[in-house]
Design a protein around this ligand. Structure first.
Ligand code: MG
Length: 271
């Protein structure tokens, strides 16, 4: 494992002043949802953004260009967010990107084809707690609630190996995400949003493996933060715990207020 020796705590003195210097009204502010804006819940369907975080996030959305880039589908994410950011990108980058509608239909067909194949490879009456979630353009296979985690994971990996076409597979906490190989990842999505919004810089916070696609971009115009001190992450800075996101967004709001008024367009509903 390669250690990230530059990873610094964001609320340390020098990190905080670097953040204050970096952000301004030409910055795109992008966030993951689960584990970042919302604490991880035992069941993904019951996540909730605490009111204090939602308030700060809403303030930021009023004065800056904001994006949420999540593994959830856009409609599911919007339900939990309760606020429309300027950009809402779902399925790890494979849904909602401006200019990608035709390609999205292609991803949708691939995901449906995988679903049919998995229904044969992992018959419903023999899944033993394994759950397949079809999110439109990607699939997630959950195995948190099976009796024998090791055995279930092995069954899942064997089934994935037989899929045609082969997916890009990203493992997580008791989950395997299956993504069409040609679908944009979160890093590509962020780059496209920077172009679309004409923001020269981007600020991104995320907590898991799919967020590493942003952290790996390693560009001086990006300011990246991971949730939790993960020394194998490619992020520049870290938050110790998810609940520090409120303080982080409050700090951004305060810096933007000091740096003057936002002059861009009003955020618009994505639907
Ligand atoms: Mg996450």
């Amino acid at each position: 494992m390669i250690m990230n020796e530059r990873l610094s705590y964001i609320f340390g003195n020098s990190a905080l002043s670097k953040m204050r210097d970096f952000i301004d009204h030409s910055t795109l502010f992008a966030f993951d949802l689960d584990g970042t804006l919302a604490p991880i819940a035992p069941k993904p369907c019951v996540i909730g953004i605490p009111d204090s975080i939602r308030q700060e996030f809403s303030l930021l959305n009023e004065q800056a260009v904001v994006a949420v880039i999540t593994g959830r589908s856009c409609s599911d994410a919007l339900y939990h967010l309760g606020i429309s950011p300027r950009y809402l990108i779902g399925n790890h980058g494979a849904e909602g990107l401006p200019g990608w509608k035709d390609r999205e239909n292609e991803f949708f067909c691939i995901a449906n084809h995988w679903q049919s194949q998995l229904d044969n490879l992992l018959p419903i009456n023999n899944r033993r707690g394994i759950m397949i979630e079809n999110k439109g353009t990607t699939l997630s296979i959950h195995y948190r609630y099976v009796c024998n985690i090791k055995h279930a994971h092995k069954m899942i990996l064997q089934a994935i190996d037989k899929l045609d076409p082969q997916p890009r597979r990203i493992g997580g906490k008791f989950i395997e995400n299956l993504i069409p190989v040609n679908a944009p990842d979160k890093g590509i999505a962020l780059r496209i949003l920077m172009q679309k919004s004409q923001c020269q810089k981007a600020f991104f916070v995320g907590d898991d493996e799919t967020d590493e696609d942003v952290f790996r971009l390693n560009d001086s115009n990006l300011f990246t933060i991971c949730v939790g001190r993960n020394i194998s992450s490619n992020a520049l800075f870290y938050l110790r715990e998810q609940n520090e996101i409120k303080r982080l967004i409050a700090e951004i709001n305060s810096v933007l207020r000091e740096k003057g008024k936002y002059s861009g367009e009003e955020p618009t509903d994505i639907f």
